[in-house]
Write a protein that binds this ligand. Structure first.
Ligand code: SDX
Length: 437
C-alpha cells in the first residue's frame, strides 16, 4: 500500500451490560466513509459484530475502485467510469487497474503485445471442452476450464514472487477471451478459432466468437468499439460478491487460476452477474408493454419473490453510472445495425420509465443497474442469452486479479475467517440407536 490508512479520531462503545467502555480507532480513507477498526473488539469485549451480507462491513483496504452509491460515482484508480468508457480502451483500463496509472504510448504498446503473446491456450486445454455436453451452460464451461488452468503454468504459481504474480495476471487477462469464445463455439458445434495477433483485444474476441475457418471475418468497428466499452463498464466494482469470493479464496494462498474460477462461480448467480441473462429472459417473458403494470405489481408484492431483474443495487441508491453509458451504447449499436424497432428495448425503456415513477421503487431507491441494458446490446450483437454472464466474467477477470494481487501485496493481509452467531443445539448426550424414538 502506498499510503497506509492513518488513524483519525476514535469511537467509544459502552457495554451497558457491564458499563465497560471500549475505545476503537476510526480510520480515514482518501475519500468515502471512515471505518471503525474493530480488530480488537472480540479480545476486549468477548463479542463479535454481526452483519449478514456485510451491508456495513469493510473487508479490506483498497486503492483500486471507489463507489459513491448516493452520488452514483464510480472511479477506477481515481478516473471516472464515463471518462474511461469514452476515452480509454479496455487494455488501457486493465493496465490502469494493475499498475495504478494510465499507460504511456510505449507501456500501452508493450502491454498489448504481452496480451497478444499470451492469448493462445495450451493445446491440451482444448480437450476439457469435449467432456461437457453440448448443451452445457457456457458459464459451467468457463468455470471448469478456467479452474483447469491451475493444472498448467507451474512457472507462475509462487504467489510470493511478484514476477510470477504479474505473469499469472497477464495470462488470465489474455486467455479469458479465448476460453470464453471457445465455450461459445463448443456449444454452437463450431470449430475453435485461434486468436490473431493483428487484432485488438475486443476485435479478437469477436473474431474468435463469430468467425469461421470457411471465410474471412470482417470485424464491424462500431461493434468492436461497443464490445471494448462493455468490457470497460464491467472491469471492476469494489468488494462485490465475486470479488470478495476471489479475495477470500486467495487469502489461503490458493492457486490464482483456481481463485478466479471461484469468482466466476459467484458471479453466475442471478442476484449478481447472472442478472444480465435474467433481464433478457424477463423482458422476453413480459413480451409486450401492456404486461408491464402486472410485472411491476409482482415486483412490489411482498408475497411474491419475483424481483425486477436489472433493478436495484447494494451500493447504488442513485443511478448506476454504468447503466447510463450502457443505455447510450444500446441506442448506438441498434442504430448501427439498422435495428429500428427492437420490442425488447421498447419494453425496457417503458419499464424503466414506469418503475422510476412508482413510489415503491422511489422509496427503496431502486434504479436500473449495469445489467439492465447490456443484454439488449449483446443480443443485437448476436450473442445468445446464455453467453451474457460469460462476457461479464471475461471483463471482470482483470478486476478480480487486480484485487487478488493487491490483497497478496497487502502487509495486513491474513487468511479470511469470519465468525458467527450460533443458535443451534448446546451440548447434549449421545443417544444410542436402540434408544432413539
Ligand atoms: C451486480 O455488488 C456489486 O457491485 C454487483 C455488481 C458488480 O458490478 O459487481 O454491480 C453487479 O450484481 C448488479 C446487480 C444485479 N442484480 C439484479 O439486477 C437482480 C435484481 N436486484 C436485486 O436482487 C437486488 O436489488 C440486489 C441483489 C441487487 C441488491 O440486494 P440488497 O442490497 O440485498 O437489497 P435487498 O434485497 O435487501 O432489497 C432492499 C429492498 C427489499 O425490500 P424490503 O425487504 O426492504 O421490503 O428492495 C427490494 C427488496 O425486496 N428490492 C427489489 C429489488 N431489489 C431490491 N424489489 C423488486 N425488484 C428488485 N429488483
Amino acid at each position: 500500500m502506498t499510503q497506509p490508512a492513518d488513524k483519525a479520531d476514535t469511537f467509544t462503545l459502552t457495554d451497558n451490560r457491564t458499563g465497560k467502555q471500549v475505545i476503537l480507532p476510526v480510520l480515514k480513507g482518501s475519500t468515502g466513509p471512515d471505518v471503525i477498526d474493530i480488530r480488537k473488539l472480540y479480545a476486549e469485549t468477548g463479542c463479535f459484530t454481526y452483519d449478514p451480507g456485510f451491508t456495513s462491513t469493510g473487508s479490506c483496504e483498497s486503492q483500486i475502485t471507489y463507489i459513491d452509491g448516493d452520488e452514483g460515482i464510480l472511479l477506477h484508480r481515481g478516473y471516472a467510469i464515463d471518462d474511461l468508457a469514452e476515452h480509454a480502451t479496455f487494455p488501457e483500463v486493465c493496465f490502469l487497474l494493475l499498475n495504478n496509472h494510465l499507460p504511456n504510448a510505449k507501456e500501452k504498446e508493450d502491454f498489448e503485445n504481452i496480451l497478444r503473446r499470451h492469448s493462445m491456450v495450451h493445446e491440451q486445454l482444448t480437450r476439457f471442452y469435449s467432456g461437457f455436453r453440448r448443451d452445457a451452460h457456457p458459464m459451467a464451461i468457463l468455470c471448469g476450464v478456467t479452474g483447469a488452468l491451475s493444472a498448467f503454468y507451474h512457472d507462475s504459481t509462487d504467489i510470493d514472487d511478484p514476477v510470477q504474480r504479474k505473469i499469472a495476471a497477464h495470462r488470465l487477462i489474455a486467455k479469458i477471451p479465448t476460453i470464453a469464445a471457445m465455450a461459445y463455439k463448443y456449444s454452437a458445434g463450431q470449430p475453435f478459432m485461434y486468436p490473431r495477433n493483428d487484432l485488438s483485444y475486443a476485435e479478437n474476441f469477436l473474431y474468435m466468437t463469430f468467425g469461421t475457418p470457411c471465410e474471412p471475418y470482417k470485424v464491424n468497428p462500431v461493434l468492436s468499439k461497443a464490445m471494448d466499452k462493455i468490457f470497460i463498464l464491467h472491469a471492476d466494482h469494489e468488494q462485490n460478491a465475486s470479488t470478495s469470493t476471489v479475495r477470500l479464496a486467495g487469502s489461503s494462498g490458493a492457486n490464482p487460476f483456481a481463485c478466479i474460477a471461484a469468482g466466476i462461480a459467484s458471479l453466475w448467480g442471478p442476484a449478481h452477474g447472472g442478472a444480465n441473462e435474467a433481464v433478457l429472459n424477463m423482458l422476453e417473458e413480459i413480451g409486450s408493454v401492456d404486461r408491464i403494470p402486472e410485472i411491476v405489481r409482482r415486483a412490489k408484492d411482498k408475497n411474491d419473490n419475483f424481483r425486477l431483474m436489472g433493478f436495484g443495487h447494494r451500493v447504488y441508491k442513485n443511478y448506476d453510472p454504468r447503466a447510463q453509458v450502457m443505455r447510450k451504447t444500446c441506442h448506438e449499436v441498434l442504430a448501427e445495425l439498422g435495428i429500428k424497432d427492437e420490442p425488447l428495448l421498447d419494453i425496457a425503456m417503458e419499464l424503466e420509465k414506469i418503475a422510476l415513477e412508482d413510489d415503491y421503487f422511489v422509496q427503496k431507491k431502486l434504479y436500473p443497474n449495469v445489467d439492465f441494458y447490456s443484454g439488449i446490446i449483446l443480443k443485437a450483437m448476436g450473442f445468445p442469452t446464455s453467453m451474457f454472464t460469460v462476457l461479464f466474467a471475461l471483463a471482470r477477470t482483470v478486476g478480480w486479479i487486480s484485487q487478488w494481487k493487491e490483497m497478496i501485496e497487502d502487509p495486513q493481509q491474513k487468511i479470511g475467517r469470519p465468525r458467527q452467531l450460533y443458535t443451534g443445539q448446546t451440548k447434549r448426550d449421545f443417544v444410542p440407536l436402540a434408544q432413539r424414538g
